[in-house]
Design a protein around this ligand. Structure first.
Ligand code: ATP
Ligand code: MG
Length: 352
């Protein structure tokens, strides 16, 4: 039996994860769903956002689904004990190096009149962002005092062949199940790490994935193309920094924050870490109005990528589409449904 570890966290996390729990009971009754406290809630109870026990439970599970962590009440906690530190430590412990961030637009939301924003109907991009290397981790880093009132801020971008190859492999594998196209974004014209990135991706492609169409694109041009003609892309693989920026930009072409899931994957057979991209939303926490679809779609990704249940994932995705087609809208989508009512709408469409 597979185990899903739920870490609801803080703010709206417990509310949206409650809907995941209801969906799992109906869709995958044989799935063992465990739950632990985590984030600010764990800091309050145990003095740390991630206890060793919870970390070990995560490593022993088949997939971890998080709600969100953090909130204003923990802003003055020591930096290494803040809820967000618990998230970084969990990512590190699980060694999840490939961040999958889909940017797709549900047809039912495409007119977007209620969102007061322009969406891109038919958009369906999968970002694969390198998550555990690059400039966010490279040494040396820090702020040095140069004297005379001058300081120097230093960051270092480092990528090894192995780090590039393993994340690129994830992108090529994914592409085979989709549009069979990968765009690899870097700045090989000005960065040595970008040049190595391009070489390693080129070699891996020639060796193992010649059937997949590969395009190398400079990251600045990729940003431009995402605004100009975003539907040209299928899978985009890129480093930690560019992936952070490019995937956020593309996310805004698809609708509400409340709709967007993500996955972080490590080596084959190791548990993946799934979470909505939204935060703990303290402004609406406890009101029962948060959109649970980002969390429910994160569960959909967990079913597909860690739990070996593509059939259940397909059924869940279809149920979400049907609920939206039927007019189900939480407040962030311009409607009036509560968190639980949106959960009801998905449940009502499961198995149809
Ligand atoms: P964090 O720093 O934790 O990422 P944030 O400041 O980026 O937090 P969020 O917590 O994601 O922001 O919230 C941003 C805005 O989006 C808030 O107004 C919040 O209410 C809204 N929001 C976020 N998630 C949802 C959701 N699931 N349903 C409805 N509204 C949401
Ligand atoms: Mg945020």
């Amino acid at each position: 039996m597979s185990t899903l570890l739920l870490l609801p966290g803080d703010g709206i996390g417990p509310e949206v994860c409650g809907e995941v729990r209801r969906v799992a009971q109906v869709l995958t009754p044989d799935l063992n769903v465990e739950e632990r406290i985590y984030g600010g809630a764990s800091y309050d109870a145990h003095g740390t956002p991630l206890t060793d026990e919870v970390r070990d439970a995560a490593l022993a599970s088949d997939a971890v689904l998080m709600g969100a962590v953090g909130g204003p009440q923990w802003a003055n906690a020591p930096r290494h004990l803040r809820p967000e530190a618990g998230l970084l430590n969990l990512r590190k412990a699980m060694d999840v190096y490939a961040n999958l961030r889909p940017a797709y637009c549900f047809e039912a939301l495409a007119d977007a009149s209620s969102l007061k924003r322009e969406l891109v109907s038919g958009l369906d991009i999968m970002f694969v962002r390198e998550l555990t290397g690059g400039v966010y981790f490279g040494q040396p880093r820090g702020i040095e005092d140069l004297g005379g009132g001058q300081k120097r801020g230093v960051d270092t971008q480092i990528y090894t062949t192995a780090e590039i190859e393993r994340v690129a492999r994830v992108a090529f594998e994914l592409a085979r199940g989709r549009g069979n196209r990968v765009a690899s974004a870097e700045k090989s014209n000005v960065m040595e790490s970008g040049l190595l990135w391009k070489q390693v991706v080129t070699e891996l492609h020639a060796r193992d994935y010649p059937d997949v169409q590969l395009e190398h694109i400079l990251a600045d041009n990729c940003a431009m193309q995402l605004v100009r003609a975003p539907k040209q892309f299928d899978v985009i693989v890129t480093d930690n920094l560019f992936g952070d920026i490019l995937s956020d930009a593309a996310a805004m072409l698809t609708g509400s924050l409340g709709m967007l899931p993500s996955a972080a994957l490590g080596a084959a057979g190791k548990p993946g870490l799934y979470e909505p991209i939204h935060g703990s939303a303290p402004d609406i926490a406890g009101k029962g109005v948060a959109n649970p679809l980002a969390a429910i779609l994160s569960f959909e990704m967990a079913l597909r990528w860690s739990l070996n249940r593509a059939d259940a994932a397909d059924a869940l995705l279809a149920a979400v589409k049907a609920a939206l087609d039927g007019g189900a809208r939480t407040r962030d989508l311009g409607g009036e449904l509560s968190t639980a009512q949106m959960g009801d709408a998905v449940l009502a469409n499961l198995g149809r």
